[in-house]
Design a protein around this ligand. Structure first.
Ligand code: NAP
Length: 314
């Protein structure tokens, strides 16, 4: 029987892994892609303490992975399909079979939200992207657009301006949601145009993206702008589909926990971006991973303690 299974290998899951393994827990972490989550695709993380010059997101995630493995975390590339509580154990089903553990920590994070407009799905990977760090260099000296008004959109526009001929930042409102420091950098940048009060109605192109159909939501004016690469950064959706009906979630499918990271189901904990909360940053994902591991370890040890001599073999 495994003590703790962690699902998700972003900063929250890896931090939980470091604390759980260092605490002597027999722990497996399942991650369907490479570890690091969204952080691994961030060019520069400049608000994580300890790195005054900032650090590349992939490098930061890789250091966290190395640190977790140093303490014995068993990281496996498997996709978790279902989690069920059966009596005192938790059954975790992956594409390779079933695993039984005393407790589970969910740290599956979020994924970029889609716009659901014509052309988005058809031209994905052919000019439509959700990751500037991954695909930005493909659009060197081309016209680029970024959709959204949050931190991600502005960071991506600034990053892409280093490659593209010209970047349009298209936002549905007159004001950006992004932090002040990013907005100040945006205003100063000569290669970025802020297209306010506008939405992308369609992404056009035969084999690759060629143009965007824009609509001004205030005036109703429609226009067509040339574009080779469009980066969609309109927020995040939590990766919780496989947990529907298992743990309590809010209306947007984020997992509800208490401050000790306990979910509505005994033995199942959640931490990081997948939780209902107000701030989604690497720094609090790591902190929550530590809290989740601490609470989970207490639960596991208590259960093992009270189980000795009872009709329950661990
Ligand atoms: P976000 O803060 O939720 O912003 C999403 C943006 O997309 C908003 O401006 C929103 O418009 C717009 N939007 C949403 N749905 C749309 C639609 N259907 N059509 C057009 N526009 C739409 O998401 P995010 O920027 O990905 O950031 C997520 C979290 O990560 C935030 O907490 C953010 O602070 C954090 N983050 C932090 C950093 C950093 O600290 N350096 C970097 C990246 C992300 P409205 O403004 O009108 O709602």
């Amino acid at each position: 029987m495994i003590d703790i299974i962690i699902v998700g290998g972003g900063p929250a899951g890896l931090s939980a892994g470091i604390y759980a393994c260092r605490g002597g827990m027999n722990t497996i972490l399942f991650e369907k892609m490479g570890v690091g989550g969204q952080t691994a695709t961030t060019k520069l993380v400049e608000n994580y303490p300890g790195f005054p010059e900032g650090i590349n997101g992939y490098d930061l995630a890789d250091k966290m992975k190395q640190q977790a493995e140093k303490f014995g975390l068993d990281i496996r590339a498997e996709t978790v399909k279902k989690i069920t509580r059966k009596g005192r154990e938790i059954v975790v089903e992956t594409e390779n079979g079933q695993y039984k553990s005393i407790a589970v920590i969910i740290a599956t994070g979020c994924r970029p939200r889609k716009l659901s407009i014509p052309g988005e799905e058809e031209l994905r990977g052919k000019g439509v992207s959700y990751c500037a760090t991954c695909d930005g260099p493909l659009f060197r000296d081309r016209e680029i657009a970024v959709v959204g008004g949050g931190d991600t959109a502005v960071e991506e526009a600034l990053f892409l301006a280093g490659f593209g001929k010209f970047v349009r930042l298209i936002h549905r409102r007159p004001r950006l949601r992004a932090s002040k420091i990013l907005q100040e950098r945006l205003v100063k940048h000569s290669k970025i145009e802020f297209v306010k009060d506008s939405v992308v109605a369609a992404i056009n192109g035969k084999d690759v993206v060629e143009s965007l159909s824009l609509k001004n939501v205030k005036t109703g004016t429609e226009s067509n702008v040339p574009c080779a690469g469009v980066f969609i950064a309109v927020g995040l959706d939590p990766n919780t589909e496989f947990l529907k009906g298992t743990v309590e979630m809010n209306g947007s499918a984020y997992i509800i926990t208490d401050e000790d990271m306990k979910t509505s189901v005994e033995g199942i904990y959640a931490c990081g971006d997948v939780r209902e909360k107000t701030l989604r940053q690497v720094v609090n994902a790591c902190g929550e991973g530590a809290v989740a591991a601490f609470t989970t370890q207490k639960y596991v040890e208590e259960l093992k303690g009270i189980s000795y001599g009872e009709d329950f073999t661990l």
